[in-house]
Ligand binder design. Sequence first.
Ligand code: ANZ
Ligand code: ZN
Length: 822
Amino acid sequence: GDTYDARAVQEKWQARWAEENPFAASEDPADDRPRRYVVDMFAYPSGDLHMGHAEAFAIGDVIARYGFQRGDNVLHPIGWDSFGLPAENAAIKHGTHPAEWTYANIETQAESFKRYGIAVDWSRRLHTSDPEYYKWNQWLFLRFFERGLAYRKNGLVNWCPKDQTVLANEQVVQGRCERCGTEVVRRSLNQWYYRITSYADRLLDDMDQLENGNWPDDVLTMQRNWIGRSHGADVRFAIEGRDEPVSVFTTRPDTLYGATFFVVAADAPLAEELCAEDRRAEFESYRDQVAKLSDIERQSTERPKTGVFLGRYAVNPVNGERIPVWAADYVLADYGHGAVMAVPAHDQRDLDFALKFGLEVREVVDTGEPSPVETGLATAGEGRLMNSGPLDGLSKSEAIPRIIEILAERGTGSAAVNYRLRDWLLSRQRFWGTPIPIVHCPDCGEVPVPDDELPVRLPENLKGADLAPKGVSPLAAAADWVNTACPKCGGAAKRDTDTMDTFVDSSWYFLRYCSPGADTAPFDVDQVAKWGPVDQYIGGKEHATLHLLYSRFFVKVLYDMGLVGFTEPFRRLLNQGQVINQGRAMSKSLGNGVDLGEEIDKYGVDAVRLTMVFAGPPEDDIDWADVSPAASLKFLNRAYRVMAEAGAASAPGADPADGDLALRKATHQALDKITAAVDAHRFNVAVARIMELVTAARKAIDSGPGAADPAVREAAEVVAITLALFAPYVAEEGWERLGHTGSVSVGNWRRPDPALLTQESVTCVVQVASKVRDKLDVAPDISAEELERLALASEKVQAFIDGREVRRIVVRAPKLVNIVVG
Ligand code: ANZ
Ligand code: ZN
């Protein structure tokens, strides 16, 4: 038997693709083919490609290649997210500049991507660490700054003690640094922010464009929860001995009559201010304890409640009641107003606190549930208000607007909306990122670097130990770089020494791909209008609240600037699963890593790619211990032999109509199902249908009409055409063996012939009272319901039922229906 030499075939076709560039997007304005824009989340250049890349890019490539194969004008670009900490850490370790490590790894990955055979337009390649790219991060920053969307403020920020830099909220995962896993602490610093909170409503409301399966539901849910919009009211409580009242945010203003105490976040300045003198010592020791807790511990519901009485009273604005003011850690300083009205009967956290400290619990909603004091469970069900003056007898949905009205009349409250989302903290105290284009002048303050002085380049003379984390940016040590003239007054001034969060780089790169050489703007507006938004985006779920949220924000700002005509960047999103091994994520410590290069050397690119997509639906994880690249290779050899034998026995152009009808039907039905499966992103199903087609063709060659039959050629050609999406090298080689000269990969998809799709019919016998009364021609896969309906619709059958009562109908689809009459 003939087997294909994977390595030789890879080298041959890789060279051909490089020469012929079949996967370049057409820029011809007269090209009116449908356009499709497919983007894989770009790679981070840490070392060579790994199994995760291999899966994500195999899947993205199926989608892109399907577009090419159907003859669409496809834009499928590639780039590198090449700023960031690992490069800097490698540079410190090796005494080099981060650029060395970065660009060497990019070269390695680029070669591997080429070998992996992904169908991309290499002419559009970009690297975010190129000054030609990051110049536009700076330009965009300045536009955001002009619009009040970039600003600097002093505040408590998340600080990673290991990486010695601040982190955005989105980069803190369960209290730990998203990158290195170190527990994050709070620090007070003056930092730059992007005002993403002014887009909170649009980030939520525009999600209706992404629903109905366009984006995975769980990603939408994560974004909704992250933005966390709550509707409720601000209620102002007077505080005895203080001129200004203090507001609380509540989602349950209807329970105001049940507020029996008041709690301020222990670490909020307000707690310190409200604390009575005789309580100060106790309060301060408590506050210092709280400061040591991580956010994980603070928010844990398991931990017993703690707190201290501040020796003060607040006054309930609706009934004048004095309620004690406490400080506690379960109230967070940076949510709402950092203070709550506690309603222990109907809020579990408040109830735990009240029971611990012996505070009053007063039910104000009659839910019919047992008493919270007895069960320890706050009641949250529906019910009528009680013990609530003018609200008595109302339901929650009636009481909320009513109480807001009452508060508004008295000037002590109003409806309010609150968000969990915080502004995006942009500054990083690290080197390998985009310098923030601001000059600090003692006279003029924060002065933007003029556009014509962009980019503000990173200094090239820092390397190795110069970059070690010090808590301030390494750029601060580059005196020549830092000291500059104020662009406004010309006086001595200093550059901002922080760099931007690298998530800025990835927030708009998909726009840059449309015109990667643009040098007067971040992107060519007309090209983006032509290609955007991205039709299909492919990448991992870990970006649900980071990259995907930031990109959506950027596109909305760019829409407001008139630079893009759409408000959402990615029409459809596919989150591929992970490649794991023996049930666990691959890791060095477990020693269960699988090396992509070794797998490719053993089985070839095609077999590895086929294994990736055949393992299951693309969203599912793949356990490499459960799949068999060897079996994939065996199948590819079988497919190759069918193509080679058909090619040896006939020439292109034979009329398939003269071929074996059964095989022709099998081919067209396979094509129909493969098309539907690829459309539905069920690539594993598509591969299974190709496998069946290869089996059918093999049978026709060995024990049917033989290799020279035109139907065998037709089947083999469909194998090559469809396999090109999944195993492109063997498909190209097989196509050539079939006698074709060009590439199989572009413009060769076929439509099944409808005349060959009709299924054979079977005869169904219909009996009335156990006598055959009619025969129906039906599809072999007809459902029982449909068959029963057809049987009862038959005129002959109705004539024999003759108005009698139908007592029972026995259906044995597709062959028999028996109608029992009374
Ligand atoms: C009284 C009340 C009664 C509440 C009741 C709930 C149930 P979400 O949905 O997350 O917005 N809250 C307000 N500010 C807080 C803070 N800084 N730290 C901790 N908790 C805070 O939650 C809003 C509810 O969380 C508010 O409504 C408040 O408790 C509490 F039966 O007020 B509620
Ligand atoms: Zn100045």
